[in-house]
Design a protein around this ligand. Structure first.
Ligand code: NAP
Length: 518
């Protein structure tokens, strides 16, 4: 394992109220030591409850995007390890699915308790491998854990039905049963929460799981899996493989033992997985890319709109699927909003996520920065104006300046596609109809935001938006108790809430006949 010490040029290293009560030195090496000392720095895959290397010994390096330093190496696995992980999930399914709901619930609750107990170490791990500021990382740990807590409770509420029968000597029953082995493929932007949002309901329903985290952020997944084992979730119920994504994906798709694919990531990969699931007719749920409109009407409370748009845009350096991708502002308020918004964005502090006060970390990699540059150049070449930022940050590496671009229109990449970076495009509009037409002018349909003081307008616009989630006068809307998911090409199915359970259940109809005494 290669690790180098990182110089921090005498800057103050961070603090979060919880984190630093017990831990004052947050240099990356010290942070890593703390994780190692807690036993949570796992650098092998997990198959059938055993920590294993790749069969050919190949490894991938995990880097800290803030420094470029290698944090750890993990196995680069492929189809063979995945096939073994599937076998182990398949054999464990027969016992795990037969436990009582109360037993599964208890194990999940123990897992939740352990995640919370180790939230500081998990947050440090997230910041080290993903880059987000430690405060956001702690927020992710709480959010990620909330799915385990919620679904530990839902495990006990998998109700069936009794249907009034059309014939008097029959009884018609509906049972809900787990789908079986689940293949879960997750992205790097929420290294913990995207896993718990899938694994929580899957295990609650009685399914077993093979998870493939992103190669950029496997360490959080491995640490969480270790806590699952400690919590009493049996070996084989949760397996983790990582490495060669297409090979792992193909092994999951081809296996007849895998009955469900659940994926969060890009629309392009989601389409491939949906296509690949056809040959074995798997159940599929997909959480794909967004292109969120954030509509600010003339009648909005400007402070609320600025605060909400800022949160919806710059969280995780703009690298979330629900990030405001286009801020549509009505003409009467456009100048005033632009001025107030730029002022607010100037307060975004760029830096290493471990440094105190940082509110925007690096982007995940060089390709992500190049994509942002391409989108900004495309907009300016077509007449848009950069009114703040618009360049790589002086910190170098993959840091990019918080950016605001005005006068964006429908012809620009910033309007058409997800930029996935800290760039806020402002798009002027005239009428409510224009705003709705612009907002819906995309194949994506995940999150949308509306800022208005008018209650009738809130209803009209929320109903007209072709999106799975709508925030009205609010920029942060995800919670474990509400259904999360997209329409159109943003995906299939819902995660979180009682609806999130349905994705891992099959409905079985049982007809009991000839009930008359003979
Ligand atoms: P990505 O490139 O699609 O990767 C997502 C996952 O798929 C990673 O684990 C990746 O592995 C894996 N993968 C890549 N190619 C594969 C293949 N051929 N077969 C099987 N697996 C494959 O997406 P990303 O860049 O990590 O994430 C950003 C995207 O996710 C954005 O579009 C964002 O909007 C979307 N997202 C959506 C939601 C939602 O809830 N709707 C939430 C978060 C993110 P490697 O990383 O190891 O290559």
């Amino acid at each position: 394992m290669a690790m180098r010490r990182v110089a921090f040029h005498g800057r103050h290293l961070l603090s979060s109220p919880h984190l630093f009560r017990r831990h004052m030195n947050t240099e990356p090496m010290a942070a890593l030591d703390r994780i190692r000392n807690s036993g949570l720095l796992k650098t092998q895959g997990l198959v059938g409850g055993k920590w294993i290397d790749s069969y050919d010994g190949k490894k991938i390096e995990v880097q800290n995007p803030a420094t470029g330093d290698v944090i750890a190496s993990v196995p680069c696995m492929g189809s063979k390890e995945t096939t073994d992980a599937i076998s182990s999930a398949y054999s464990t399914y027969s016992s795990w699915s037969k436990l009582t709901a109360a037993e599964r619930s208890k194990a999940l609750r123990n897992w939740y308790d352990l995640i919370i107990k180790h939230k500081d170490e998990l947050a440090l791990l997230i910041t080290l491998e993903q880059g987000k500021p430690i405060k956001e990382a702690l927020g992710e740990v709480n959010y990620g854990a909330s799915f385990i807590e919620f679904f530990s409770e839902e495990a006990k509420r998998i109700y069936g039905d009794i249907i009034p029968a059309p014939l008097s000597d029959r009884r018609l029953l509906v049972l809900k049963q787990p789908v079986g082995v689940v293949g879960a493929i997750t992205p790097w932007n929420f290294p913990l929460a995207m896993i718990t949002r899938k694994v929580g309901p899957a295990l609650a329903c009685g399914c077993t799981v093979v998870v493939k985290p992103s190669e950029y952020t496997p360490l959080t997944a491995l640490a969480a899996a270790d806590l699952a084992l400690q919590a009493g979730i049996p070996p084989g119920a949760l397996n983790i493989v990582m490495g060669n994504a297409p090979e792992i994906g193909d092994a999951l798709l081809k296996s007849t033992q895998v009955r469900k694919i659940t994926f969060t990531g890009s629309t392009a990969v989601g389409k491939k997985l949906m296509e690949g699931s056809a040959s074995t007719v798997k159940k599929v749920s997909l959480e794909l890319g967004g292109n969120a409109p954030c509509i600010v009407f003339d009648d909005a409370d400007i402070d609320v709109a600025v605060k909400g748009s800022l949160a919806a845009k710059f969280r995780n350096s703009g690298q979330t699927c629900v990030c405001a991708n286009r801020i549509l502002v009505q003409e009467g308020i456009y100048e005033e909003f632009a001025k107030a918004f730029v002022k607010a964005v100037q307060g975004v502090q760029v830096g290493n996520g471990l440094v105190e006060g940082t509110s925007q970390g690096p982007l995940i990699n060089e390709a992500a920065v190049q994509k942002v540059e391409k989108f900004v150049n495309d907009a300016t070449s077509k007449g848009a104006n950069v009114i703040l930022g618009g360049r790589r940050h002086s910190l170098g590496k993959t840091f990019y300046e918080p950016t605001v671009v005005s006068n964006v229109n429908r012809d620009m990449l910033l309007f058409k596609d997800e930029v996935f970076g800290p760039v806020a495009p402002l798009v002027p509009f005239k009428t409510e109809e224009d705003a709705i037409s612009m907002a819906n002018d995309t194949n994506a349909g995940l999150a949308a935001y509306v800022f208005t003081k008018s209650i009738p307008r809130s209803w009209r616009v929320s109903e007209a938006l072709e999106y799975g989630l709508v925030g009205v006068n609010e920029g942060i809307i995800s919670t474990e108790v509400a259904p999360f998911g997209g329409v159109k090409q943003s995906g299939l199915g819902r995660e979180g809430s009682k609806y999130g359970m349905d994705e891992y259940l099959e409905v079985k109809y049982v007809c009991m006949g000839n009930l008359k005494e003979t």
